[in-house]
Design a protein around this ligand. Structure first.
Ligand code: GLN
Length: 487
């Protein structure tokens, strides 16, 4: 083999396939084998599709006939099991949808396939994407490839673990309050949440529709840029997608431009672990030497972000998940005595405890008499938070911060304390509330060899500048060449 598939960039794999140095089939078989070997240990995939070799063969055929192939020719991709792939089971990691066959594909999956990607399988997640540790999945929790006693983060923990363990070079995740960035951070990879409306949500099982976004996860910033370029764009099937031209993210380049970077005081609070603070400081010092300027800024509403997010996200979830009633699709109880018991039993049997907790919280916040005090108040706060960010971006190009206050925690450590689990999202959720693009970039490791990342936040549709700066940031990574335990 002329290329080292274990650490090659996506563009190198695609070039090698296009120039016939390696076939798409060989590439697919390599990753399929690795995914099948490591999955019993890591549980990163809910399903692995061995039939995807057929698609690889089609791509090889096109190449051998001299026909044009797409931008992602032969690139194996893992897709979070929240996105529909036609005729395949899409579970949302819930008993509710354990047997649900998708009648159509999500726009993101269609776009990937149109550019000749190979969909390797569906990755594990927290049930309906509700969680920060992957422990709420009906299919069992995912293990962190750097140390299997630790969580991979969530909810896109399967995608993050699959990429970190190199079961696939790229994966797709979704981010409602941090679900791409936090697991990317815990698993030492890159994860990008686009601007709200940049990527179509059509065919993505809804959690909180005003916050959900789909985005790429990969080992390299460059790979995220390439995949973002493919999946972005307005879509007539999603009225919240935005008519904004898609930039050539894969060619984004900072050139000699020097940026003004904001450091929000509230994101560097006492709660930040000494190790995370130290690694960020090292990265900042090195970026200063390159001529970039850092300015301390204030985002005082940060302290209300968790309560605002959990009110809005749970309220929207309670409305979105009302469709699972045992009648149309999804789990249906065997014990039906009347219509109400059909609803109650089907839902009680098939939703896990975390989903139930959130549906109750959301229903309460939306109920008459409480709507103004909870949901409406949260919406007002959200608008104020958006303004706070706009102000920061009047004089700054990007924001730099930690992704989480500490590195990955141990499996089981926080399951009995939901509040502690929710507090884990404090540094990621504000950007979803404000609709801004943000990403997580690996910068180093802790003493116990767990990954540490940094978060970048940009103005709406500022993905190009964010990606080119992220590229520079990733080049500062300390201890290059570290490998997860499973290697
Ligand atoms: N951890 C957050 C939550 O549990 C975010 C989840 C997500 O982004 N899907 O709501």
């Amino acid at each position: 083999m002329s290329i080292s598939l274990i650490d090659a960039k996506a563009s190198e794999i695609i070039d090698a396939i296009k120039t016939k140095k390696i076939s798409a089939l060989e590439v697919t078989e390599f990753f399929l084998k690795r995914a099948n070997e490591l999955n019993p240990k890591l549980n990163a995939f809910i399903s692995i599709d061995s039939d995807c070799v057929e698609q690889a063969k089609l791509i090889d055929k096109k190449i051998s006939m001299g026909e044009p192939v797409g931008k992602l020719a032969g690139l194996p991709i893992g897709v979070k099991d929240l996105l529909c792939v036609k005729d395949q089971i899409t579970t949302a990691a819930s008993k509710m949808l354990a047997n649900f066959k998708s009648p159509y594909s999500s726009t993101v999956v269609d776009k990937l396939l149109a550019e000749d990607a190979v969909i390797l399988g569906k990755t594990n997640l927290d049930e309906f994407a509700m969680g920060s540790s992957n422990e709420t999945s009906y299919f069992g929790n995912v293990k962190n490839p750097w140390n299997e006693d630790y969580v991979p983060g969530g909810s896109s923990g399967g995608s993050a673990a699959a990429v970190a363990a190199r079961m696939c070079p790229v994966a797709i995740g979704t981010d409602t309050g941090g679900s791409i960035r936090q697991p990317a951070n815990f698993c030492g990879i890159v994860g990008l949440k686009p601007t709200y409306g940049r990527v179509s949500r059509y065919g993505v099982i809804a959690f909180a529709s005003s916050l959900d976004q789909v985005g790429p996860m990969a080992s390299y910033v460059e790979d995220c840029a390439l995949v973002l370029e493919v999946i972005s764009g307005s879509d007539e099937m999603d009225s919240s997608s935005v008519e904004q031209p898609v930039a050539e993210y894969s060619k984004a380049n900072l050139g000699s431009k020097k940026l003004n970077i904001a450091l929000p005081k509230q994101y560097f609070s006492e709660a930040l672990s000494a190790e995370v603070r130290e690694k960020l400081q090292l990265a900042i010092e090195s970026l200063k030497e390159d001529g970039h300027k850092f300015n301390e800024v204030d985002l005082p509403l940060t302290e209300y972000a968790i309560s605002t997010y959990y009110l809005i996200a749970c309220s929207e979830a309670s409305s979105n998940l009302a469709r699972y009633d045992g009648v149309r699709y999804g789990h249906r109880t065997n014990e039906v005595s009347n219509l109400e018991s059909l609803y109650v039993k089907s839902r009680s049997e098939a939703f896990g405890p975390e989903v139930k907790r959130r549906l109750m919280l959301g229903t309460y916040a939306l109920s008459s008499g409480y709507y103004d005090a909870y949901f409406e108040k949260a919406c007002k706060l959200r608008a104020k938070l958006q303004k706070e960010f706009l102000k920061v971006f009047e004089t700054n190009d990007l924001i730099l911060s930690p992704v989480t206050t500490d590195t990955a925690f141990k499996i089981g450590e926080r399951v009995s304390d939901p509040l502690q689990m929710y507090l884990n999202d404090i540094l990621t959720i504000s950007t979803n509330l404000a609709g801004l693009p943000a990403m997580s970039v690996p910068i180093g490791f802790s003493g116990n060899k767990m990954p540490i990342g940094a978060q970048l936040i940009a103005k709406a549709f500022g993905e190009s500048e964010m990606l080119s700066f992220a590229e520079l940031l990733q080049s500062k990574k300390i201890h290059k060449g570290e490998q997860p335990n499973v290697f």
